[in-house]
Design a protein around this ligand. Structure first.
Ligand SMILES: [Zn+2]
Length: 363
């Protein structure tokens, strides 16, 4: 186990809203919390870029972080909630062109995709200076993943969600394109292709989540029913992709189970197969906190509706605009998944359980 080093360096934050001035005079100090198994030797030399990563001391790893990018790993992360991608724009459907517009905006404005599963594990691999963003699609509609036949050949519909995501994967290889698809019993229509689609998703870096068997409100169910709702869908997916582990859940209608039944949603067994849920998604209405934030509840994560209709000032562009105007703070990666870099003013929100085994860099 690595020791946790907390470096408190003075650094004035630029471009952020409010209250950095009071830390300007904080002296540089360093607090070391040694772990049980003892630490490594420190060296004076802090710049030897030709070294392999594992040879760097903790101080060198932290010194390599580009602080001019204002990393803020306690900033917000948007988990976008999409449903359909189709010709008619509505509260629950984006047109192909509007979905392209969203993706173009994200790419041009410093957002890079991460998987919900990595978020839930605190494994943020986003390049330094960029903001992670998570795309989710509920209900397994055919227009999320549609095969069409062209000249006798079966291809992915270029205007379905997956087709458009692949278009951007090719256009911008550093966009880190990925998404989670939340399924019930409907696996993107086209039953004959269910197997092909699920295997294709897993092989191409996408994730599959659970959206329950009957799409009922969890609040109306008891633990036995919840077990069936989750376990049966996991088992259906398992038949198609036996090695893939479903570990995320999107709540139908955003309805949370009664408190006494929450554990059945998190862990259980159904018809011989165990399941464990590491991230549970609500329906709205605001960005999620950082996975390292004590305010994050992985059993009830906020999402932002990826729509511009009936969003009541809580839609995708409302939040994009808030970040542009620095009215809210977005997560800005320090570029190293093993280091969590945060401004000192957020110190009290750091969830020490989530940063265990990582270096913490407070400035
Ligand atoms: Zn749904």
């Amino acid at each position: 186990m690595k020791k946790i080093i907390i470096l408190i360096a003075l650094l004035l934050l630029t471009g952020c809203s409010g209250k950095p001035a009071d830390i300007a005079d904080t002296p540089v100090e360093k607090v070391e919390i040694p772990a049980a198994s003892g630490g490594e030797e420190e060296t004076e030399n802090i710049k030897e870029p030709e070294k392999e990563n594992e040879e760097f001391t903790d101080e060198e790893v932290i010194a390599a972080i580009d602080m001019s990018l204002n990393p803020n790993e306690l900033g917000e992360i948007m988990i976008l909630m999409y449903h359909g991608i189709g010709e008619e724009e509505s509260a629950w459907q984006r047109t192909p062109d509007n979905f392209r517009k969203d993706l173009e905006y994200m790419y041009q404005n410093g957002y890079r995709m991460i998987s919900l599963n990595d978020y839930a594990k605190g494994e943020i691999k986003t390049k330094a200076g960029f903001t992670p963003i998570i795309l989710t699609f509920d209900d397994g509609r055919q227009n999320n993943f549609n095969y069409i036949e062209v000249n006798g050949e079966v291809i992915i519909d270029p205007d379905c969600a997956v087709g458009i995501l692949e278009e951007f994967k090719n256009k911008y290889p550093d966009f880190d394109v990925t998404a989670s698809f939340f399924l019930g019993t409907n696996i993107f229509g086209q039953e004959e292709y269910a197997d092909k689609k699920l295997n294709w998703l897993v092989e191409n870096g996408y994730d599959i989540g659970n959206h329950t068997f009957s799409h009922n409100e969890m609040a109306t169910l008891d633990s036995e029913q919840i077990r069936m709702e989750i376990g049966s869908v996991n088992n259906i997916i398992k038949q198609h992709v036996p090695d893939y582990i479903v570990e995320t859940l999107a709540l139908p209608h955003g309805s949370n189970p009664k408190d006494e039944f929450i554990e059945s949603m998190i862990k259980g067994e159904y018809e011989g197969n165990k399941y464990e849920t590491i991230a549970v998604l609500d329906v709205g209405w605001r960005p999620a906190y950082s996975p390292f934030d004590t305010l994050t509840n992985f059993r009830s994560l906020y999402r932002v509706t990826a729509s511009e209709i009936d969003v009541d000032n809580c839609g995708i562009y409302d939040y994009f605009n808030s970040y542009e105007k620095n009215l809210r703070e977005r997560f800005i990666s320090d570029g190293n998944p093993d280091v969590v870099t945060i401004p000192q003013r957020h110190n009290e929100y750091l969830n020490m359980d989530m940063v265990e085994g990582k270096l913490v860099n407070i400035y």
